[in-house]
Design a protein around this ligand. Structure first.
Ligand SMILES: *Cc1c(COP(=O)(O)O)cnc(C)c1O
Length: 362
């Protein structure tokens, strides 16, 4: 443990230590099978068990009803940007998108290849410093679905709750950087997806939660690998799946359950974020970049008085074992990513470093 430092990286990101220790063992010999997790056939009983238990833990964790399927896909959230509209947006249909950052823009660009996209709200003019809600959102008359990004990893903003979709439209969500950081009501959604590497597990597996009746509503013939229905029918094993990612995600789900589930995790995450935001708000040196009512509990973005000071902050923090604090180039400054597995002591250390730095340089 002593050879690990505090990792504030936006993704791939910190994973729970207990899970990593267990994975080391499983890499060598999975559950006494004499074969490591990477070496088992994906059609054998050991991997059957991993798929079943990962799905069961996922259902238990988020209260996912039977009417939803849980899929383990590849290609990252970026493939979902295209796969979702490819399956569900007809040539002559319209989908509504809330544009709240770079990832939303990429999702919009992909959807535009398949049908009409109506941008129902955008915060681009204010460099995505907030998430539009309520009467800031203007839906089209009959969207097939409404797509939003629940947490904007780069800009440090987050929806406190789901936007309400208009009658007849289902909600689609890119939840890559905040899924299972707090409770959610899955029944409000048609489809939720998340690349695992922010908050759920390793890169290479994408979690998709999809309402079963949508699987029958695919609007065009697609290559086999791009059809949700095929992956659902084949239990995410139409081809060789990302077995290790599924294994590790299952361990993370169980780790979250052991810690009391999503309510408890959310309380811990709120406390961690509050610690850092309070330090920013109490300082005349640092300032947050997100509008306070849209602040993300996962990615805290903030600035110092000059770019030179910001560069010094990031470099000195790294020397003191606080890694990954450089902001995305489109926002500048600093970003502290406080995912589920980041321990509260990391936030304490960051806040202490911020105070020291301000005293020295302020
Ligand atoms: C990181 C991220 C993505 C991109 O994920 P990939 O798995 O690399 O394709 C998409 N959306 C959000 C919100 C992200 O944070």
């Amino acid at each position: 443990m002593s050879d690990r430092i505090f990792n504030f990286s936006p993704g791939p990101a910190v994973l729970p230590e207990e899970v990593l220790r267990e994975a080391q063992e499983a890499l060598w010999n999975l559950d006494g099978s004499g074969i490591g997790v990477l070496e088992h056939s994906h059609r054998g009983p050991a991997i059957d068990e991993i798929f079943a238990s990962t799905q069961a833990a996922c259902r238990a964790l988020a209260g996912i009803p039977d009417a939803y399927r849980i899929l383990f896909l590849q290609g990252g959230a970026s493939t979902q940007f295209a796969m979702l509209p490819a399956n569900f947006l007809p040539d002559d249909g319209t989908a509504d998108y809330l544009c709240t950052g770079s990832w939303s823009k990429k999702a919009i660009a992909e959807a535009s290849r398949f049908g009409a996209v109506h941008v129902a709200a955008s915060s681009e003019e204010s460099n995505f410093s907030f998430v539009p809600r309520g009467d800031e959102v203007r839906y089209s008359t009959r969207p097939v679905y409404v797509h939003f990004t629940s947490n904007n990893t780069i800009f440090g903003t987050q929806y406190g709750e789901e936007p309400a979709a208009p009658e007849g439209a289902w909600l689609g969500c890119d939840a890559s950087s905040d899924l299972f950081s707090r409770p959610l009501d899955v029944t409000r959604y048609g489809l939720i997806y998340a690349g695992a590497q922010k908050n759920l597990g390793p890169a290479g597996v994408t979690l998709v939660i999809v309402r079963e009746d949508l699987l029958e509503r695919a609007v065009r013939e697609l290559p086999t690998m791009l059809r949700y229905r095929i992956h659902a029918e084949k239990d995410s094993r139409y081809n060789t799946p990302p077995v290790f990612g599924v294994y590790l995600m299952g361990r993370v789900f169980r780790w979250l359950l052991e810690r009391g589930g999503l309510e408890a995790v959310a309380a811990a995450n709120e406390a961690k974020a509050r610690r850092v935001y309070d330090a920013i708000d109490a300082s005349s040196f640092f300032r947050g970049t997100a509008r306070p009512d849209s602040r993300s509990l996962m990615n805290v973005t903030f600035r110092a008085p000059s770019e030179d000071l910001e560069a010094a902050f990031v470099a000195e923090a790294a020397k003191q074992g606080l890694s990954g604090l450089k902001g995305h180039r489109s926002v500048g400054g600093m970003r502290a990513s406080l995912y589920n597995a980041l321990p509260p002591v990391a936030c304490e250390a960051l806040v202490q470093f911020m105070k020291d730095f301000e005293q020295r340089e302020g």
